[in-house]
Design a protein around this ligand. Structure first.
Ligand code: ZN
Length: 276
């Protein structure tokens, strides 16, 4: 059995724990640990050992726990080879397009450079049997409609109904990153690192009030968040119908300027200054 557990950390971060019971003794992989303490507490509570940390990009709220986790558990620290100098404790740099295995769990490395120039995402193609959402003000809850799906660990490249700020990449990078993610399996879980969906949907409705799926997602969000008070992971197929940045790959949304690359870039700029 494979189980995905969300750990709410800081004000709006999520750390993901992927457990694999299909190997002897079990295996545990953690994605984007902003600090070590909540992960160590979970490991102790679950009676588990940590096999690996996966890091999507160098921002402190994604790598802050690397050194302590490696020191305390001896785990492998996997991250983008091209950003080796900025990923603390990196023991296994991976290149875009690589396929690798940790704890019996296989991942593909996707190029989603834009938010930062080294940003990668991890695609996990096997079905995850159990998914637990746990928001910052909610209760850990198994969410049935998220089960039996592959997963994309996207860091800050894609959010519920939004995408990460463009700190280091170009307009072309943002277009390429979104196109790469949009080409993945519609069934896949979008495991992003922040709970930003409500604010992102306010923006989405402001730029796409004519798209019924966007309005319906905004109106149904509180119900979707349930007892867990969490809207993520979401599902890529839902994002493709409601996320303005993915919709803009194929439709006129937001500023009516230029080609698709310019359109998405302008949409990102518009979001930067949007106040609900
Ligand atoms: Zn970031």
């Amino acid at each position: 059995m494979k189980k995905l557990v969300q750990l709410p950390v800081w004000s709006d971060n999520y750390v993901y724990v992927l457990e694999n019971d299909d190997v002897t003794g079990g295996a545990v992989v953690v994605v984007d640990p902003c600090e070590a303490a909540p992960v160590l507490a979970w490991l102790e509570h679950a009676g588990r050992a940590l096999d690996a940390v996966l890091c999507t990009h160098h921002h402190p709220d994604h790598v802050g726990g690397n050194l302590e986790l490696h020191e305390r558990t001896g785990c492998t620290v996997v991250g983008p080879e091209r950003d080796r100098d900025r990923i603390p404790g990196l023991t296994r740099g991976v290149d875009v397009g690589a396929v690798f295995d940790v704890g019996g769990l296989g991942f593909r490395v996707l190029d989603v450079a834009a938010h930062t120039r080294g940003h990668i995402a991890f695609a996990f193609d096997e079905r995850i049997d159990v998914v637990v959402r746990h928001g910052h003000a909610g209760l850990a809850s198994v969410v049935a409609h998220l089960a039996q799906r592959p997963a994309l660990f996207v860091g800050d490249s894609l959010f519920g109904a939004g995408c990460g700020r463009l700190f280091e990449g170009s307009a072309e990078d943002l277009h390429r990153s979104l196109s790469t993610l949009a080409a993945e399996d519609d069934d896949a879980l979008v495991c992003c690192a922040h709970e930003y969906t409500a604010a992102n949907l306010a923006f989405a409705v402001s730029v796409a009030p004519h798209i019924a799926a966007v309005v319906a997602r905004r109106d149904g969000l509180q119900q979707e968040m349930g007892k867990a008070r969490s809207s993520v992971p979401s599902i890529l197929g839902v994002e493709k119908q409601t996320n303005p940045f993915l919709l803009a790959l194929h439709q006129q949304i937001g500023p009516q300027t230029g080609d698709v690359v310019a359109r998405i870039f302008d949409l990102r700029r518009q979001k930067d200054s949007f106040r609900a």
